[in-house]
Design a protein. Structure first.
Length: 528
């Protein structure tokens, strides 16, 4: 379990699930919880039992043994008793007990405005609601945290009422009072001032929960820690309603690598990128390539000046070793590339060019010429590796294409059918192959692989998994130059290739041709 000296509290499955476009099944929620546990968070807020049937089922299945956690403690979220209702008679409070979690997190109004105009009750009754609910749950053997909703906005109206609520919660037995920037309007300076003041006056451990409406949720969280908070809340990848929550990966990254706080169990920090991307996949959202710490581009370098320095010492242009958070450094080969970029990228791809300065010079010149014509290698490592090996004189063309043809047939019933014919020479034999597909690129892909499959049977494992088309700046309309990126998988690895041409079919063919060439790297010419 995580040390109780500092709490990392994740609310991906409750607050993060409020993001537009996210819908977790119960199985999804269990999978996300397991991933968060592998990352080493101390607490996982699983949802609101009694309010949402899916969350009720999640807690039941977790309690019945489907969720075995190594590092984290599961938390049920809910509200205090209703105004004018005895706590023992409140069905929502009873549902929190029925969730069978060791820890319960209660939400309470800490703004005088919300107490009067949203709850329609008195300030004293609101305090009694907090006291009664915390005391009741504590008597049932539960540990209690209290989320003080709208704390910072409430502080601006009455700087004392929120502190009274915190003291009330503490007197009833609550462990933590969490200051919530519910509307997300705070800046780090203000958060630091408020937390500093409250920490001097309130007799309870303080936590922080921030929303990202000003783009400052992570900074606000770290400012609160600097001011005395020892409990941080956030969500995986910053998921949450509106602009989202504090990104827990960025928060933890800052706490560990910048503030020197050892807040995760040993060995968990390098799991950060893997867990971040796995949760994105479950949420059916593309991982943010530019996310701090975990994004694919977080340690990617494009400028030749950067590459020259990194060749000497990687930390010259990296704020930390990417491996610390499970990430990798990447060198992007573009029109900005210099010799150092090509040398580092070659090493990254496992191609030795240290003794071939002539090849490096040719590759730099070729990349710049082709990028000027619309090609892009920064997202197409496979095409760049083929270019590099070609310049080294290696054999990467294990087949010769004589010609190809594509016919698109719109039938009377409105159905669209594409037919492609490819003529190739492979293994000393001329092969003609014709295949249909749901589009011209699919038909070409199938025809090419069918033509080569007798000589290179492992091509049957290849699958075109993504296809992106971009019209390049310059000529408009049907005269425009098209760039195509194709992503291919053989079920053990994935690679991306690029093609550029004024004709979209030819651009697609060039990318497809490279994809198959790359898939055959390591094959002998006479393979069968």
């Amino acid at each position: 379990m995580q040390s109780d000296e500092f709490h990392v509290f994740d609310t991906t499955l409750r607050d993060g699930a409020q993001r537009e476009g996210i819908t977790y099944s119960v199985a999804d929620k269990l999978a996300v919880a397991r991933l968060l546990d592998q990352f080493g968070v101390g607490f996982i807020e699983g949802g609101w039992p009694g309010a949402l049937p899916k969350d009720t089922e999640f807690f039941a299945r977790a309690a019945d043994g489907e969720l075995k956690l190594q590092h984290a403690t599961l938390v049920a979220f809910g509200s205090t008793r209703k105004a004018g209702v005895k706590v023992e008679d409140d069905r929502q409070v009873r549902a929190l007990l029925d969730a069978r979690t060791q820890v319960i997190c209660l939400v309470a109004k800490s703004s005088v405005w919300h107490v009067s105009d949203a709850l329609h009750t008195t300030l004293e009754e609101n305090l009694a609601m907090v006291h009664d609910t915390v005391a009741f749950l504590r008597a049932e053997g539960r540990r209690v945290f209290v989320d003080c909703e709208h704390f910072f906005d409430g502080y601006k109206l009455d700087r004392d009422y929120g502190v009274r609520l915190l003291d009330t919660a503490a007197a009833a037995g609550a462990d933590v009072g969490v200051l919530c920037d519910t509307n997300g309007g705070m800046l780090p300076m203000g958060v630091h001032d408020v937390v500093s003041d409250v920490s001097r006056r309130a007799g309870i451990r303080l936590g922080i929960h921030t929303q990202d409406d000003t783009g400052c949720a992570v900074a606000n969280t770290l400012a609160a820690v600097d001011a005395g908070a020892t409990h941080v809340q956030g969500t995986a990848n910053g998921y949450g309603e509106r602009a989202g929550n504090a990104n827990l990966f960025s928060v933890v990254g800052g706490l560990v690598t910048k503030m020197g706080r050892d807040v995760l169990p040993d060995g968990c920090l390098p799991e950060m990128q893997r867990v971040a991307h796995a949760i994105a996949e479950i949420a059916n959202l593309a991982p943010d390539t530019h996310a701090p710490y975990v994004g694919a581009a977080a340690f990617a370098h494009k400028a030749g000046l950067h590459a020259s320095a990194i060749k000497v010492a990687p930390l010259m242009y990296n704020h930390l070793d990417p491996a610390v958070v499970g990430n990798d450094q990447r060198i992007l080969v573009t029109e900005m590339a210099g010799r150092a970029s090509v040398e580092l990228k070659s090493a990254e791809l496992g191609v030795d060019v240290t003794s071939r300065p002539d090849v490096v010079s040719k590759v730099v010149a070729r990349v710049k010429d082709r990028e000027a014509a619309g090609w892009s290698y920064e997202a197409a490592d496979a095409s760049f590796e083929l270019l590099l090996r070609d310049e080294l004189g290696e054999r990467t063309d294990l087949f010769a294409v004589e010609s190809y043809r594509v016919i698109v047939d719109r039938r009377e019933d409105g159905a669209m059918v594409s037919e492609a014919t490819v003529k190739v020479v492979a293994g000393g034999e001329r092969v003609i192959s014709t295949e249909e597909g749901n589009g011209p690129v699919n038909a070409l892909d199938r025809a090419l692989r069918k033509a080569l499959s007798k000589v290179y049977p492992r091509l049957a494992q290849l699958e075109l998994t993504d296809y992106k088309v971009r019209i390049m700046p310059g000529k408009a309309g049907t005269d425009a130059v098209t760039r195509v990126l194709i992503e291919t998988s053989d079920h053990t690895r994935e690679w991306t290739t690029v093609g550029v041409h004024g004709n979209v079919i030819e651009a697609s063919w060039l990318a497809l041709h490279d994809a198959v060439r790359y898939g055959l790297l390591g094959e002998s010419e006479t393979a069968s």
